[in-house]
Design a protein around this ligand. Structure first.
Ligand code: SF4
Length: 368
C-alpha cells in the first residue's frame, strides 16, 4: 500500500440542515463536539499506527461545518494533528467555514493551528436563491466573513457558489458571480444544484412546489460562470473549480489523481492503492455511533480490481483540465470520446475539451 500524504477530517455538525443537503451533516448535536474531537484523536492515533503515513502534503477539515467547532476544540484538533503527523511546513491546510460561524477569534485560532486556506460556503448572494436553498446566511454576512479573513491575513480564500437554483435567472446569477469576483477570492467552486433523494428540496420538487430549471438556463448559467471567471483571470482547472494561477486546491487534486487519502471522522471515506488495484473504506456515519466505535470506526469497504481502479482514475483524471496519460486497455472508449469531441490527445496526454468538461457525465458513463 502506498503511504498516505493527504488527510481529510470530517466535522459533521451544522447549525441547521439546509434543504438541498445530502452530506453527512447533523443539526442539534453540538453538545457532542468535545466527545467527537476525543474520538477523532483516538481514530487518528490508531490509523497512524496501523497504516503507512508519510509527510502530509494536505490536511482538509470538511463537513458539515468545521467552523461551528468552538475555537478551543478546533485548536485542540489541529494541534493533535501537528503533534502526531509529520505535516509538511508548506502543507495546504484547509478549513471549511460557514460565514455565520466565522469570527475574528476563530479565524485567529485556525491560523495559529496552521490553517492557511479557508473555503467559505457562500453558495449565493441572491436572497431568493438562498431562501430556496434554506441557507440561513445572507450575502452581507458572507462579505463580512470574507473581509475579516483577509484582514487577519488569510492569504488563500475560496468561495463556493451554487447555480441552477429554482427562481434564479441568468441576471441574478450574473450579479452573484460579480459580487463573488469583486471580493477577489483566490479560488471559486461552482456547483450545479442537484435534487438528492431524501432532501427537503427533492420532496418539494416532487410535490410541484418548486419549478424545474430548464436545461438551457442551466447551460447559460454555466457558460456565464466560464465567461465571468475567465475574464477575471481564473482558470477552470476542474469541472466545477476555478483558480487564480497557483491557487488550485492541492487536496482536491489528490482525489482527482487517485492519490491515497485517509479520511477520519463520521462517514469519512478513505482511498488506498498499491499503484494497480485500490481499496476504499468508510466509517460509520452517525456521530454517536462514531464516538462509540472509535478508534476503529470502519463500517465497510471494497476492493477495486485493477481495471475498475483504472476506469475510476480515468473518469476522475478527465475532470481536470490537465487530463492524464492515457491508460492501457481503454482505446475503444477513448476513441469514441475523441470522435464525440469530448476529449483531445495532446503530447501523449488525454485532456477534456470544454464540451467534455461541461458534459463530464458522458465521459463517466463511457468509461465506468
Ligand atoms: S451547512 Fe453545508 S453541510 Fe451543513 S446542512 Fe448546510 S449544506 Fe449541508
Amino acid at each position: 500500500m502506498q503511504a498516505f500524504r493527504h488527510l481529510y477530517v470530517h466535522i459533521p455538525f451544522c447549525r441547521h440542515k439546509c434543504g438541498y443537503c445530502d452530506f453527512n451533516a447533523y443539526a442539534g448535536m453540538d453538545r457532542l463536539m468535545p466527545a467527537y474531537v476525543d474520538a477523532l484523536e483516538r481514530e487518528l492515533a490508531f490509523a497512524r499506527e496501523r497504516y503507512p503515513f508519510q509527510q502530509l502534503e494536505t490536511v482538509y477539515l470538511g463537513g458539515g461545518t468545521p467552523s461551528l467547532l468552538p475555537a478551543s476544540e478546533a485548536s485542540r484538533l489541529l494541534d493533535f494533528i501537528r503533534r502526531n503527523f509529520n505535516v509538511a511546513p508548506d502543507a495546504e491546510v484547509t478549513l471549511e467555514a460557514n460565514p455565520a460561524s466565522t469570527d475574528a477569534a476563530k479565524i485567529t485560532s485556525w491560523m495559529e493551528g496552521g490553517v492557511n486556506r479557508l473555503s467559505l460556503g457562500v453558495q449565493g448572494f441572491d436572497p431568493r436563491a438562498l431562501a430556496v436553498l434554506e441557507r440561513k446566511t445572507d450575502g452581507a454576512q458572507a462579505e463580512r466573513a470574507f473581509a475579516l479573513a483577509r484582514e487577519l491575513g488569510m492569504s488563500n480564500v475560496s468561495i463556493d457558489l451554487i447555480y441552477a437554483v429554482p427562481f434564479q435567472n441568468l441576471r441574478t446569477w450574473l450579479v452573484t458571480l460579480r459580487r463573488a469576483i469583486a471580493l477577489r477570492p483566490d479560488h471559486v467552486s461552482t456547483y450545479c444544484l442537484s435534487f438528492e433523494e431524501g432532501t427537503l428540496l427533492h420532496r418539494r420538487r416532487a410535490e410541484g412546489r418548486l419549478p424545474e430549471v430548464e436545461t438551457d438556463l442551466q447551460w447559460d448559467q454555466l457558460d456565464a460562470a466560464c465567461g465571468e471567471l475567465e475574464a477575471a483571470g481564473f482558470r477552470r482547472y476542474e469541472v466545477s473549480n476555478w483558480a487564480l494561477p497557483g491557487f488550485e486546491s492541492r487536496h482536491n487534486q489528490a482525489y482527482w489523481r487517485c492519490r491515497p487519502v485517509y479520511g477520519a471522522g463520521a462517514g469519512a471515506h478513505s482511498y488506498a492503492t498499491d499503484g494497480e488495484g485500490a481499496w476504499r473504506w468508510w466509517n460509520v456515519a452517525r456521530p454517536r455511533e462514531y464516538i462509540a466505535a472509535a478508534p476503529s470506526p470502519r463500517a465497510d469497504g471494497e476492493e477495486l480490481a485493477a481495471r475498475k481502479a483504472t476506469a475510476e482514475a480515468l473518469m476522475l483524471g478527465l475532470r481536470t483540465a490537465d487530463g492524464m496519460t492515457a491508460p492501457h486497455g481503454f482505446d475503444a472508449e477513448l476513441g469514441r470520446l475523441q470522435r464525440d469531441g469530448l476529449i483531445l490527445r495532446i503530447d501523449g496526454r488525454i485532456v477534456p475539451t470544454r464540451r467534455g468538461m461541461d458534459l463530464h457525465n458522458q465521459i463517466a458513463l463511457a468509461v465506468l
